[in-house]
Design a protein around this ligand. Structure first.
Ligand SMILES: [Zn+2]
Ligand SMILES: [Zn+2]
Length: 109
């Protein structure tokens, strides 16, 4: 299941439009929120675990390894093809069944 991570400063989910920054304790926030927070917070502690944060320990930009959009499109195509081939097999089986019953009706064993 994909991680739906959010910034606890503004409680918005991370997306492509805003950079994500991290504190050395491991917590992640929007870069903008973190800058704002570091300017307004009386004590520079992590909003989540109150660990002391030095400005130099902030990682200003995180790069996520995002899955390519094309992959999900390919997946749908792949499944469609699979479905079609299964359906084709089914109708083939149906036809065979029909042929067999027709034959047995014509030539009872
Ligand atoms: Zn934020
Ligand atoms: Zn933290």
């Amino acid at each position: 299941m994909p991680i739906r991570a959010l910034c606890t400063i503004c409680s918005d989910f991370f997306d492509h439009s805003r950079d994500v920054a991290a504190i050395h304790c491991g917590h992640t926030f929007h870069q903008q929120c973190l800058i704002q927070w570091s300017e307004t917070a009386p004590s520079r502690t992590c909003p989540q675990d109150r660990i002391q944060v030095g400005k130099k320990t902030i990682i200003n930009k995180l790069f996520f390894n995002l899955a390519q959009e094309e992959e999900s499109v390919l997946d749908v195509e792949f499944l469609k093809n699979e479905l079609e081939s299964v359906e084709a097999q089914l109708s083939q089986k149906d036809r065979e069944k029909w042929d067999n019953s027709t034959l047995s009706w014509i030539r009872p064993s």
